[in-house]
Design a protein around this ligand. Structure first.
Ligand SMILES: [Zn+2]
Length: 347
């Protein structure tokens, strides 16, 4: 795990260095040596170059708007790198995009006179513009989630400060959405004051703050299925127990055709048995790392069948009756809130 942190940190720092070098180069060429440039509205004719510059500027404008959303909400590596590296990458992307937006208002003499320069810019626009249009299309989807009357209202299954690794109503922020039965499933990990979810190298189960955390009933209902005999698997970046993907788990029936699953629980920690009636907030078990899992986390989802069956079951959305969450800079107390990737939350 330490390797993963190092890889992400190095990749982000290298990317930021490349972008910062580009900023210096572009500022030198476009601002310091600006005598070689002229504003696009002063150019006679040459509509092709004018349109190219405007499309390029538009793509850069989209980058300015999209980058904070991507780095703060969509990116899966955010929880592995320090906030400082994340901000460095974001700041460098914003600076370069801002500079390019400004430079899009002018044209260098080379671009006006040299064919190869036009070919290069045309190719860049051909790549960037579809990407920008895709960003515009996908951005609102990060936040789309079924309305309150389509959701089951439940309690948080944990106490303390946690992070949503995969959660939300769209594949952009939640890989579970690709599977019909687990459409609104969430994977959450406990974090410390600094927002890290493991200490040290992260190679041992005990390094993870999630390991052994108490799990409470989010709904009142009847325990209709459970497993408590599987060992915790080692920390791994590949698949582990694919035969028992949920590992040790509890299934609570809380409504007609509504079953809540809590998965990857710690062996031998289940406090309930089949047929038990539970009420919201009852202690159920401890979090662990059993089943098909990379590191200790809690998986939770609601579906309409009592067994884990991707082929015929349908997943259902849920909201938390009361939750404190931090998505950008500050905490907010939310009634009937939902989580998306990278949200930090507590009850
Ligand atoms: Zn999961």
């Amino acid at each position: 795990m330490e390797n993963l942190v190092q890889i992400y940190t190095i990749v982000c720092c290298v990317l930021a260095s490349i972008i910062l070098s580009l900023i210096i180069y572009r500022a030198y060429k476009g601002i310091i040596k600006k005598e070689n440039r002229q504003y696009i509205w002063l150019i006679e004719g040459n509509w092709y170059v004018k349109i190219l510059k405007m499309l390029f500027g538009l793509a850069m404008l989209v980058a300015i708007i999209f980058a904070p959303f991507y780095l703060q909400i969509v990116s899966s590596f955010k929880s592995f790198i320090s906030p400082g590296v994340n901000w460095l990458l974001l700041a460098s992307i914003l600076l370069l995009s801002g500079l390019e937006c400004y430079l899009a208002l002018s044209v260098s003499n080379k671009l006006l006179n040299k064919t190869y320069k036009k070919v290069v810019l045309s190719s860049i626009v051909l790549v960037l513009l579809p990407l920008a249009l895709q960003c515009i299309y996908y951005m609102p989807k990060m936040f789309t989630y079924p309305s309150q009357n389509e959701c089951n209202s439940i309690d948080l299954p944990v106490k303390g400060k946690w992070l949503a690794g995969h959660a939300g109503g769209n594949e952009l922020v939640n890989y579970h959405c690709a599977y019909k039965a687990q459409k609104y499933a969430m994977d959450i990990v406990k974090v410390d004051e600094k927002g890290r979810f493991f200490k040290g190298a992260g190679n041992e189960l005990e390094d993870y703050f999630t390991m052994g955390e108490n799990i409470y009933a989010p709904v009142a209902g009847t325990v209709v299925g459970l497993l408590d005999s599987l060992p915790n698997v080692e920390v791994t970046l590949t698949t582990s127990d694919t035969v028992n993907p949920a590992g040790n788990h509890i299934v609570i029936k809380f409504d007609a055709d509504r079953y809540l699953f809590l998965a990857h629980l710690n062996k031998g920690t289940l406090k309930v048995k089949k047929g038990d009636k539970v009420k919201q907030g009852d202690l159920l078990a401890q979090a662990g790392n059993s089943g098909n899992t990379s590191w200790p986390h809690l998986h939770m989802h609601i579906q309409d069948k009592p067994v884990l069956d991707n082929a015929s079951a349908t997943g259902f959305p849920y909201r938390f009756s009361k939750i404190n969450k931090k998505r950008w800079f500050s905490w907010a107390s939310v009634i009937n809130g939902f989580l998306i990737r990278n949200d930090i939350f507590k009850n």
